[in-house]
Each structure stands twice: as structure tokens, then as C-alpha cells.
Design a protein around this ligand. Structure first.
Ligand code: 5RP
Length: 232
């Protein structure tokens, strides 16, 4: 396993070991780091007999839960969660996050907001002093398909930078989220007050959700290059 994968795994295993207890209701994030969190959760459920109920943040997360024989629920049946564990594309020192590299930011934010504790797991490449230092692909913004053009224009004129319609590979057209929406990746050209910018973007008609997670994460685990895990 290469250094980055080992770092993801170390962070994910540490978070599950530190925060998941018997009878917990757990939000399961999306992305490649979360795969290791579910692996560890499944080990503990099947070896230690923990009873844990899992709520997914995407189709991918749902499949992970089902394929690992974990108990699957949803926010209708389980509207309050003890812990949500998720990855991030970038996290600054105050744990302001950019999420949605996989296009799952809407359900990820809803599930994180339903949890008493939101825990971030990531490898060392995601830990920045300020947002934009490492993640250059911008802030993912989920938009209603019919509104993407005016939203794109409003974001660029109000906030600067570029809001790029995310395209599927092999020129198959725009990426469509699990919720049937498009994603604009807003590549910003300066540092902002992220809370204020998040509110400004959310006010634009047609915007469904942003990948800016401000004041949501309580703790983050970063797997480091040297094999240690840094806690923030
Ligand atoms: C998906 C996400 C992911 O959590 C984020 O992209 C990090 O992914 P990975 O763990 O693969 O680096 O927000 O929408």
C-alpha cells in the first residue's frame, strides 16, 4: 500500500476506534478514505459484536454499508446521529472544509448536521493553513440543472474566480449528482470569509448546497507521511 493510502487508512481506523461505541447511530461519508472507516467499522461490528446503525451520504456509501453487512438506515427512521465520519478535500486550521470532490456535498452536509459529532478523516495532503493551498479544483456547488448558467454568472460577477460546470469523463456531458443536480466547481482567486461567502452563494436562486462546511467539524484525523496520525 502506498503512503497516501496508508495515511487514509490510519486516520480512518483511529477515528472509528476513538469515536464509535455500541448502539451508535453513525453517518457514513463518501469517498476513498471512508472506505477504510467502513472496513474498520465492519471489523468491530463482526468481531466485537457492536450494534451500530449506519446512515449513508451517497449511493457509494449505501453500497459500502450493504456490502459490509452493516445495518442500513436513513434519516427518516434515524433522524439523529451520534457520530458522522467523512473525508474532506481540504481542511484549514479552524476545520473549515471544502467537500464534494465526489459530488456528494448535499447529502454529506445534511447527514453531518444531523450528528452530535462530525469527525473528519483525511491524509496529510488535505491539511492546509488556509483553503486553496492544496485543493485547486475549487468549491463544489450543487445547482439545479436549469439554473446552472445564471448561477455561474452571478458567482463570477459577485465573487470573482471561475465557476466551472463539472464534466463527466469521456465527454459524456455534465456530472449529475445522486440528487439529479449539476455541480459548479468555483475556483476562487483570493481568500474569503468562508461563512459569509457560503451564505452569499446559498442566497442565489438555483443553488442547492455548497461544499463549504463552516463550523461543522469538531475533530479531524490526518494520516501523516511518517505513519503517525495528527489530531486537530
Ligand atoms: C465526496 C467528498 C469526499 O469526502 C472528499 O472528496 C474526499 O474524498 P477522498 O477521501 O477520496 O479523498 O466530499 O463528495
Amino acid at each position: 500500500m502506498d503512503k497516501v493510502e496508508s495515511a487514509k487508512k490510519a486516520a480512518a481506523f483511529r477515528a472509528v476506534d476513538n469515536h464509535i461505541k455500541d448502539a451508535h447511530r453513525v453517518g457514513i461519508g463518501s469517498g476513498s478514505t471512508v472506505v477504510y472507516a467502513v472496513e474498520r467499522l465492519a471489523q468491530r461490528v463482526h468481531k466485537e459484536g457492536l450494534k451500530v446503525t449506519c446512515v449513508p451520504t451517497s449511493f457509494q456509501a449505501r453500497q459500502l454499508i450493504v456490502n459490509n453487512n452493516l445495518i442500513l438506515s436513513d434519516l427518516e427512521i434515524t433522524p439523529q446521529l451520534d457520530v458522522a465520519i467523512d473525508g474532506a478535500d481540504e481542511a484549514d486550521n479552524k476545520l473549515t472544509l471544502i467537500k464534494g470532490g465526489g459530488g456528494c456535498q448535499l447529502q454529506e452536509k445534511i447527514v453531518a448536521a444531523a450528528a452530535n459529532l462530525f469527525v473528519v478523516i483525511a491524509d496529510y495532503r488535505k491539511n492546509s493553513r488556509v483553503l486553496g493551498e492544496q485543493w485547486t479544483k475549487g468549491v463544489p456547488i450543487e445547482v439545479l440543472p436549469m439554473a446552472y448558467r445564471p448561477v455561474q454568472m452571478k458567482i463570477e460577477s459577485k465573487l470573482g474566480g471561475k465557476a466551472i460546470l463539472r464534466q463527466a469523463k469521456a465527454k459524456a456531458g455534465p456530472v449529475v449528482t445522486d440528487n439529479g443536480n449539476f455541480v459548479l466547481d468555483w475556483v476562487f482567486d483570493r481568500t474569503h470569509d468562508w461563512q459569509q461567502v457560503n451564505q452569499e452563494i446559498m442566497m442565489i436562486p438555483g443553488v442547492v448546497e455548497t461544499g463549504l462546511f463552516v463550523n461543522m467539524a469538531k475533530i479531524a484525523y490526518f494520516g501523516m507521511e511518517d505513519g503517525t496520525v495528527k489530531e486537530l
